[in-house]
Design a binder for this molecule. Structure first.
Ligand SMILES: Cc1cc2nc3c(=O)[nH]c(=O)nc-3n(C[C@H](O)[C@H](O)[C@H](O)COP(=O)(O)OP(=O)(O)OC[C@H]3O[C@@H](n4cnc5c(N)ncnc54)[C@H](O)[C@@H]3O)c2cc1C
Length: 324
């Protein structure tokens, strides 16, 4: 628990930031409530930007004050440290929450939930988003990760992306220059903030689109532990194979560290059985990776994003998880 002096200092810093932004600034915001794994300690500063100008102002303030900043979508691919984050979390749900439909095109803000987009696309009889059906993220997260499935990637329906550089300048980037690839894009590579995207969908029969989405939801519930907190696939699929198959083949289904468990239903998912910590998840990931490597010779690489960066995640996995 933070002491009074620490709380006063945090409030003073937040006061300085509030003078620069119109949105809300909270201190000590528990990150567990903002991730689908339900794990993570408090963020020193949590900003819900009111508009694009606020996003630029927050980036500028973070840069000038030397505080690390991370963008949060729905937290559905994110593991946050138990100790929390001594930096600034930027939430775009209010600043970039708009959707504008025009024929088969839609302009969607980065904070918009994919589920909302899919539902409205089906109502309007527009197909093309099947690849992200059931992916519980935002448009911004889907742009950063190029979310998708065997049915297609999000990048395939993107016409252009509006993005902001760390210096606060915004530009529109055509899809061809976005570097979309398997679970990656320029957004993550260059530390850009995705503000929104224009998508081009295809006219279809609304009933067909609805039936297709319902079928995909049923298949997900059958094959994935959608009833428990998770972050989706933990590992990227290696070329020509599936991480889940490799993990299952070396007997890791059901393996546990604390309350973190390799899902008996889908080996590439780690579920939180109640009180799992980030340390549990990291320890379990390290154990799974070394067993898979010993069994098949294949080294798995994380798809899950660690709030403090993928380089640090690699280092933590290398040492078998965080020090006790
Ligand atoms: C049950 C379940 C099933 C899943 N199934 C799939 C699946 O089938 N396919 C798939 O691809 N993924 C899947 N996922 C993972 C996850 O939903 C996707 O990666 C999703 O795109 C993450 O979006 P998010 O908004 O939650 O991003 P977050 O988890 O909040 O963030 C992920 C990364 O994107 C960055 N980011 C988020 N928004 C922005 C922005 N506006 N600008 C810049 N960077 C940003 C964050 O900083 C972070 O590095 C699944 C997850 C769960 C829990």
């Amino acid at each position: 628990m933070a002491g009074d002096a620490e709380r006063d200092a945090a409030e003073a810093v937040a006061g300085g930031l509030r003078a620069h932004v119109r949105g809300t600034v909270r201190t000590g915001e528990p990150l567990a409530g903002h991730t689908t794994l339900r794990i993570g300690g408090p963020a020193a500063l949590f900003v819900v930007a009111a508009d694009e100008a606020d996003v630029a102002a927050t980036l500028g303030w973070a840069r000038a004050s030397g505080r690390p900043l991370r963008i949060l979508g729905l937290g559905s691919n994110l593991l946050c440290p138990d100790e929390g984050f001594d930096g600034l979390i930027l939430d775009l749900s209010a600043a970039c929450g708009g959707v504008r439909w025009e024929g088969d095109r839609v302009e969607a803000g980065a904070g918009v939930h994919l589920a909302r987009l899919l539902q409205e696309a089906a109502r309007r009889g527009l197909s093309g988003l099947e690849g992200v059906a059931g992916v519980p993220g935002t448009v911004g997260g889907a742009l950063a990760m190029n979310a998708g499935t065997a049915a297609g990637d999000f990048g395939a329906v993107v016409e252009s992306v509006r993005a902001m550089a760390p210096d606060g300048t915004a530009e529109t980037i055509p899809a061809a220059q976005m570097g979309f690839r398997y679970r990656g894009s320029r957004i993550a590579d260059e530390g850009l903030v995705a503000l929104g995207a224009v998508l081009r969908l295809r006219p279809a029969n609304p009933e067909d689109v609805r039936r297709d989405l319902a079928g995909r939801a049923v298949r997900r519930r059958r094959t994935q532990p959608t009833h428990l907190p998770s972050a989706g696939s933990i590992w990227r699929n290696p070329p020509g194979d599936f991480a889940g198959r490799l993990i299952e083949a070396c007997g890791c289904k059901g393996l546990r560290r604390g309350d973190a468990e390799v899902s008996p239903q889908h080996a590439n998912f780690i579920v939180n059985l109640g009180r799992a910590t980030a340390a549990d998840v990291l320890g379990l990931m390290a154990a799974v990776r070394s067993r898979v490597e010993a069994h098949s010779g294949v080294r798995l690489h994380p798809e899950l994003r660690w709030l403090l960066g993928q380089e640090q995640l690699e280092a933590l996995l290398e040492q078998g998880g965080p020090p006790a």
